[in-house]
Write a protein that binds this ligand. Structure first.
Ligand SMILES: [Zn+2]
Length: 434
């Protein structure tokens, strides 16, 4: 009963945060973030009055001083993605129904934003003093690439956090055949990101006298070659090896155990044994996403382009990925222009102290839950902190279903009410375990 009461109370609080539309609209959204801050100041008076607080545009930073100057950063962004489409309940209503809390940001990531503040609020109320300084960092533009306002400030102040926990994957159905349960996926790294414009040029001309090798067919041949070549061989990082080792230990199926162990130990043929989805998770991926040619159906373009998006696996580099693409591009007289890039993050040791702290906090909040190190394909605000903080982990502290997972950034985003108190407990455990 107590858990149900807590779940309902927390859900109502998160609903109030969901009701403030914080879709990022540069130049026109400051008022919305101010409204969210006002709601949060009302919900978390101890944090807002008792912690040191800084504002950078609409990004927030709090410091709850501990007994030592070792520092933990807890991070969750305030902004959400747009919410078009036909929702079952209006996306900014924060409706509580069917045992769930519905709305944009429930899972990504106002729920965890609330839970971090609520955990600190409850501990402050109880008179607790943490061993370490606890920072809460809440940016307002994660969904549009993030900013470096908070990390620049920390660096200026000479503050080097020892550990950071940001949003990431969750406790979700475990992808291991022969194991029928959920596992907490704690991301120890995130992939790098590159947008590349690939341009083919030619003399152009009238479509009635085309000749051969005009820009668009060359781009087509280039894309086919990229698609049909293993441009980016899959390598196993120490963290991925640890993930496969732990997955093997979970499976009750002997064949599956042998298969996963062979991957973990990189036995001959392990790369060929990977399914497409596994290759995508472990390795560098490339997807062609945009294209342009001439402005008229009867005109051969002098210049045509395609744009591709590359996600660079940890352990690889932006320069290495671009060089591999360049080698194919050269064969088709295609020029490359990097539009935007960031390197993959370093990998946090899944057997290191920071990971173990998170693992313990999860297992105390959700007893019996298996914890797996994981690689995040998408980017988070953490990418701005990896050069400052040596141990970055990404975990959204909720237990979710496969259906709830795909509703993130889609319609009908929701979380179960009964997982919310565990989310708050996770952050309390983490702080109390310092
Ligand atoms: Zn997010």
């Amino acid at each position: 009963m107590e858990n149900q009461d807590r779940a309902m109370r927390y859900a109502r609080q998160i609903a109030r945060m969901i009701q403030v539309d914080t879709v990022r609209r540069p130049g026109a959204d400051k008022e919305n973030f101010d409204r969210l801050h006002a709601v949060m100041a009302e919900l978390f008076p101890c944090v807002f009055e008792g912690c040191r607080r800084w504002e950078f545009e609409s990004s927030l930073l709090f410091c709850w001083p501990g007994k030592t100057r070792r520092a933990l950063v807890l991070m969750s962004h305030q902004d959400v993605v747009e919410a078009s489409g036909a929702w079952k309940y209006p996306p900014f209503s924060g409706t509580i129904a069917e045992g769930k809390l519905w709305g944009r940001g429930a899972l990504d990531v106002k729920g965890n934003l609330h839970d971090i503040f609520q955990a600190v609020e409850e501990l402050m109320e109880a008179g607790y003093t943490p061993e370490w300084d606890v920072y809460i960092a809440a940016s307002h533009e994660e969904e549009t690439g993030g900013n470096t306002l908070i990390v620049d400030f920390l660096r200026e102040q000479g503050i080097v956090p020892e550990m950071l926990v940001d949003e990431g994957s969750s406790i979700q159905p475990c992808p291991v055949p022969g194991f029928d349960g959920h596992a907490a996926m704690v991301s120890v790294a995130e992939k790098g990101y590159i947008d590349v414009k690939c341009v083919a040029r030619g003399p152009g001309g009238h479509a009635s006298i085309p000749g051969k090798g005009t820009p668009l067919p060359r781009l087509g041949a280039f894309m086919c070659e990229v698609e049909n070549t293993d441009l980016f061989p899959v390598r196993l990082s120490s963290a991925s090896a640890e993930m496969y080792r732990r997955m093997a230990a979970l499976s009750a199926d002997e064949g599956e155990r042998a298969y996963l162990t062979a991957i973990a130990e990189e036995r001959p043929g392990w790369q060929e044994s990977l399914g497409e989805r596994q290759k995508e998770m472990l390795g560098t991926t490339i997807a062609f996403t945009m294209a342009g040619g001439s402005q008229a159906a009867n005109v051969i373009p002098q210049e045509a382009y395609v744009i591709c998006n590359i996600r660079v696996a940890p352990g690889e580099t932006v320069a290495g990925a671009v060089a591999a693409l360049q080698a194919v591009a050269d064969r088709h007289q295609v020029e490359l222009e990097v539009l935007r890039s960031n390197e993959p993050s370093p990998v946090t040791d899944p057997r290191g102290e920071a990971f173990v702290r998170v693992e313990r906090a999860i297992q105390a909040a959700w007893p019996g839950t298996e914890v797996l190190p994981f690689l995040l394909s998408g980017g988070t605000d953490t990418k701005h902190f990896v050069s400052l903080c040596p141990n970055c982990l990404r975990f959204t502290a909720y237990r979710i279903s496969a259906d709830q997972q795909v509703r993130c950034h889609a319609i009908d985003e929701n979380i179960d009410l009964d997982t919310i108190p565990n989310g708050v407990d996770f952050f309390k455990n983490l702080i109390q375990g310092l």
